[in-house]
Design a protein. Sequence first.
Length: 166
Amino acid sequence: MNSTDNVLLSTLVYFDRIDNISANMTISLTVATSGMRNGTNVTCITLVANDECKMTATIYDTDVPKSIKAVGVVNREKDTVVLELGDMFDGGGVPIDHYIIQVDNGTQLETPGPTYSFDIMYNTTLSVNISAHNCAGYSDPLPLEIQYDEDSVEDSTPSMTPTPVT
């Protein structure tokens, strides 16, 4: 992958209220984009719960290869939300170890927040596995902000319209 492929995107994702989680549940999310990736906006995010009350949210482009994945787990106890992000690998299976994660659900956590910073390429699939505490769901929106440090990102007007999952 050469330097011309380093077109990065800034995206803000809000997980809407999630209640009564059940297997094979698909939940709509609110998505705001402030850039484009390889000339294409991120177009779809889905959140699906499985039998273990874990859900996977995938951000993807319609025409960009998906070569890098990041997986994490959110555990909610009282008003504290902690994200533990698993290993990330590039398309060749090489680990990516340069990332910083800070999460906030509206209150200040022990570490400064609320941003994730990933040093990754544009052709990225981000998968976040969310484990709801006691499978009870979340009572308020949890903002997840993914920030990429890249001056060449094309700006676009953020949209806060809920994106239905079809």
